[in-house]
Design a protein around this ligand. Structure first.
Ligand code: ZN
Length: 201
């Protein structure tokens, strides 16, 4: 991260920093960083800006406790804007809203993309300790069979009334389904494309 080429001179020492929820993908807020704010964000792992109204460094959450834990930073194509991905520890806006754009930020479905990246990595860089890697090693028949077994298990739990067990089976099915897609070499986007086509008017 520290080798990011940010052009602070072009912008009189300050560049806009756009903060995105690392899980949901929602844009949370926008602030400004100078060189010190960028360095402090990297050192502490808590997103820190230069506040123009306070005229000093300002770590988001320093008074509210709603820190934003840094996941990654990237600079844009011409070096004058920073994209920060973070995990917010609470509502981001001083108004109490989830985001400064008054949007609800409750969706965790963006985690599916992170999970898919992990599954892909287990396929390409297998390790002995990884259950996912062991599935790929056993081949497509075993992976497909696991999806079938998990499907049967969720059917059984659907007929019962135990939330924890049902959600557990729902998670097992989704995970093995994603592994099957990866084993077949297809992207989830290709499935989404089929669904979107069906709903085209
Ligand atoms: Zn705000």
């Amino acid at each position: 991260m520290s080798d990011m080429k940010v052009d602070f001179d072009k912008m009189n020492g300050l560049v806009p920093a756009i903060v995105q929820d690392a899980t949901s993908g929602k844009v949370l807020m926008q602030g400004y960083m100078n060189e010190e704010a960028l360095a402090k964000t990297e050192q502490t792992g808590q997103v820190t800006f230069f506040s123009r109204s306070k005229n000093r460094l300002w770590t988001k959450g320093e008074t509210s406790g709603n820190f934003m834990e840094l996941v990654s930073m990237a600079v844009d194509c011409d070096g004058d804007s920073i994209l920060v991905k973070a995990h917010p520890r609470g509502p981001v806006c001083h108004t109490g809203s989830d985001t400064c754009f008054d949007e609800v930020n409750s969706s965790k479905t963006g985690f599916i993309d992170q999970l898919r990246a992990i599954i892909k990595d287990r396929k390409n860089n297998p390790s002995d300790k990884s259950y996912t890697a062991s599935l790929f090693a056993k081949g497509i028949n075993k992976v497909a069979q696991k999806v079938g077994e998990e499907a049967v298990e969720i059917v059984i739990e659907a007929k019962d009334d135990n939330k924890e067990l049902f959600l557990g089976e729902a998670a097992d099915l989704m995970y093995h389904y994603l592994v099957l897609l990866e084993a077949k070499g297809y992207e989830l986007d290709e499935v989404m494309e089929v669904l979107m086509q069906r709903h085209k008017k």
